[in-house]
Design a protein around this ligand. Structure first.
Ligand SMILES: C[S@@+](CC[C@H](N)C(=O)[O-])C[C@H]1O[C@@H](n2cnc3c(N)ncnc32)[C@H](O)[C@@H]1O
Length: 246
């Protein structure tokens, strides 16, 4: 069960030069620790080459965003330190990955990894994933991952959770038929919330057939920083997979 007391820090109002705005679904911190000189250099010089410009129209196919040919495109929302995104991008060179993370320190971390491993199949968006979904063409992605999203445990903050009817509909529009939305959280209440929203959405089917399907990660899943923290604190994560009809 969720331990709300342990999550008070994640439910606190934004700080540290934070901004919170109520028009989209992003509420939280964008700024954090001061960047090291090399990280600041990567933000200034490498990020512009990899960042999506959603002020311009999207290409007809998101595969065009990548220099080398990719067969499909996947999105990870709120990649944090980028552990999962980097591992997936390195494991699947034939897939193009879009990572979305408004938190500048997360952006700096993933740029460090991209440079260190010379990763060519990641593109980045430093903003609200709801805006990115609105920009992306219909049926343009094979998979969307939302891993340990901010839980917003207090009832009055539930409207800030990323999973809402509107974002579920946006993901249904952007996913290809047969594509998947994958969700991981150690907050039982958010898992139930997500199941409820996805089960009542006409376009998605929950893929679990037995308890082990949601109690254990899928093969080759890479644990994230928040996942490791949850395990250390005795909370087990739930792994939900939903297939887009069509
Ligand atoms: C609890 S952290 C988890 C980070 C990472 N996925 C992990 O498991 O370690 C949630 C992340 O989602 C990001 N986030 C929150 N709202 C978002 C939104 N609307 N679009 C994209 N990212 C968002 C936050 O900046 C934060 O880094």
């Amino acid at each position: 069960m969720m331990n709300a007391a342990r999550h008070h820090d994640r439910d606190a109002p934004p700080d540290d030069g934070a901004i919170a705005h109520g028009q989209g679904s992003f509420f939280g911190r964008r700024k954090g620790h001061k960047l090291r000189a090399h990280q600041a250099d990567l933000i200034e010089h490498l990020l512009p080459h990899l960042a999506l410009d959603i002020a311009s129209p999207a290409p007809a196919s998101l595969t065009e965003l990548f220099d080398d040919k990719v067969e499909d495109v996947r999105l990870e929302i709120g990649f944090g330190g980028g552990e999962h995104l980097v591992a997936e991008a390195r494991a699947f060179a034939n897939i193009g990955f879009i990572g979305c993370e408004p938190y500048v320190n997360g952006m700096a971390k993933i740029l460090t990894q991209i440079e260190a491993h010379n990763i060519g199949n990641i593109r980045l968006f430093a903003g609200d994933a709801a805006e990115l979904l609105a920009w992306a063409p219909s049926q343009s992605m094979r998979r969307i991952d939302l891993i340990h999203p901010d839980p917003w445990p207090k009832r009055r903050h539930w409207k800030r959770r990323f999973v809402q009817d509107a974002t579920v509909a946006a993901m249904a529009r952007v996913l290809k038929g047969g594509g998947e939305f994958r969700f991981v959280s150690d907050i039982d209440d958010y898992c139930a919330w997500t199941l409820w929203h996805l089960m009542r959405a006409p376009d998605f089917t929950w893929l679990a057939e037995r308890a082990s399907d949601w109690q254990a990660p899928w093969p080759d899943y890479t644990m994230t920083r928040y996942g490791a923290k949850a395990e250390r604190e005795g909370r087990r994560a739930t792994y939900l997979r939903f297939r887009r009809a069509g």
